[in-house]
Design a protein around this ligand. Structure first.
Ligand code: AMP
Length: 428
């Protein structure tokens, strides 16, 4: 409506990733593609929304995500949900395209993804409603080496991003044979203590007792320190599996702490669960987390195939990545047209240079020299190229290096050679 000013802002819990931040994001993306492909992982891109049922079934009806954090809406007569996580969609695609036909003993399918996820959470530093995850899923491998190797890959990714202040936390949550026993033990232990615990914990005690360990209330955490550990209830195969994973990590010389209180939020985990936290990042310090999910593929209609995977928060990785990671991309050269003839000639020259791969900036209208030089600085251009009547007549142009101030004369081919050499020197 005319006369009324409305100022739109990005919604709470969402944010724009600005051009100045893109270098870091691209560095993160490229490093991920590079590192994951070394381990034989292949990228899979699934839709941003899926049937609501898919998440309710896999993530678990009693989890915070399904209970209160999903962006769910009806389109036509379908209930759809913006993906809150991407393991379930990857497994859905794996089953739908019958990937299991091509896996063989010892040779699982390795898939990875990057992209936005959506959770209606209370926003705070490091926690958004639209955020981005990098994730890897290894399907078809029951071996402890699947766990250890995937954890090692996560560790390598962080190393490649120069994230050194980190800690690996490891635990096992047992399987369908021994977890029910532990659940019982824990439920019995919790019963007389329920009145002292927070409301959330009292609910968890009924719906999914292991989740009490996710409680953030200090008094509760203190009380829960005395609770019995999963370790005391593990069945022999689970205990062996965990020992083997630990021995391999020792072999890889990756340090970890066993944290018996680490249970992870989602229902589908079995046996190994892990998390890597950034030391010194504040409350939301989990960089990535994951674990083994042996029952999920058959739960979602596929064959009984084991899985292991993790997801990392990209915003958090960008926050702690080495400051040198990622070099800003700016213009190579600003074409400074001198006078009308120079300006008109620079239009054609810009096309030629762009076609040859140079990042060229130029004004869309003839501008005075001073204004153009100021612009060159704003753009962070490496060079200014002067295009005037005299230069055109001689076929030689003034090319000024804006960092050193040095100016040389070059012909058309020379522009390309000098500018590209400078770009290679600076690795961008
Ligand atoms: P999860 O899928 O909950 O296991 O989370 C895996 C990783 O994603 C976490 O370790 C965080 O780095 C990141 N993450 C999860 N939720 C959020 C959020 N709301 N905002 C930003 N990052 C998140």
């Amino acid at each position: 409506m005319r006369g009324m000013t409305v100022r739109y802002q990005a919604l709470r819990g969402t944010r724009d990733i600005l051009p100045d931040e893109i270098a870091a994001w691209r560095f993160l993306e490229n490093t991920t593609h590079e590192v994951f492909s070394r381990y034989g992982f292949r990228e899979l891109r699934t839709p941003i929304f899926e049937a609501t049922e898919l998440f309710a079934r896999s993530v678990g009806a009693a989890t915070d995500i399904v209970r209160k954090e999903m962006y769910t809406f009806t389109a036509g007569d379908e209930s759809v949900t913006l993906r809150p996580e991407n393991t379930a969609p990857v497994v859905r695609a794996f089953v739908e395209h019958a990937f299991h036909r091509t896996i063989a003993a010892g040779f699982p399918e390795r898939l990875y993804y990057l992209g936005p996820m959506f959770r209606y959470e209370r926003p705070q530093k490091g926690r958004q409603r639209q955020f981005h995850q990098i994730g890897a899923e290894l399907l078809g491998a029951p071996e402890p080496l699947a766990d250890a190797e995937t954890i090692e890959m996560a560790w390598s990714l962080l190393s490649a991003l120069s994230i050194e202040d980190r800690e690996l936390r490891l635990n096992t949550v047992g399987d369908t044979a021994c977890r029910p026993r532990y659940r019982e033990t824990l439920t019995r232990w919790l019963a007389p203590r329920l009145p002292a615990l927070c409301e959330d914990c009292r609910r968890r005690a009924v719906e999914n007792p292991l989740r009490v360990f996710d409680c953030k209330v200090e008094a509760d955490r203190k009380l829960l320190e005395e609770a019995p550990d999963m370790a005391g209830s593990l069945c022999a195969p689970c205990a062996e599996h965990f020992d083997a994973v630990r021995a391999m990590l020792d072999g890889f010389k990756i340090a970890y702490v066993v944290d018996p209180r680490l249970v992870r939020g989602l229902d589908y985990y079995q046996r190994t669960v892990f998390e890597i936290v950034a030391t010194g990042l504040g409350a939301q310090n989990a960089l990535l987390g994951g674990g083994r999910y042996d029952g999920l593929v058959d739960e979602l209609g596929g064959p009984a195939i084991p899985g292991f995977g993790f997801a990392a928060g990209m915003e958090r990785l960008v926050m702690v990545m080495g400051k040198t990671a990622g070099v800003a991309v700016s213009s190579d050269v600003l074409l400074v047209g001198l006078g009308e003839i120079g300006f008109l000639a620079s239009i054609g020259l810009a096309r030629t240079l762009r076609a040859r791969g140079l990042r060229v900036a130029m004004p869309l209208t003839e501008r005075p020299l001073g204004a153009q030089m100021k612009r060159a600085e704003r753009l962070g251009a490496r060079f200014a190229l002067f295009v005037g009547e005299t230069e055109l007549a001689r076929g030689r142009f003034g090319l000024k290096n804006l960092t050193s101030g040095e100016q040389i004369e070059v012909d058309e081919a020379g522009i390309e050679a000098v500018v590209l050499a400078e770009r290679n020197d600076h690795g961008r």
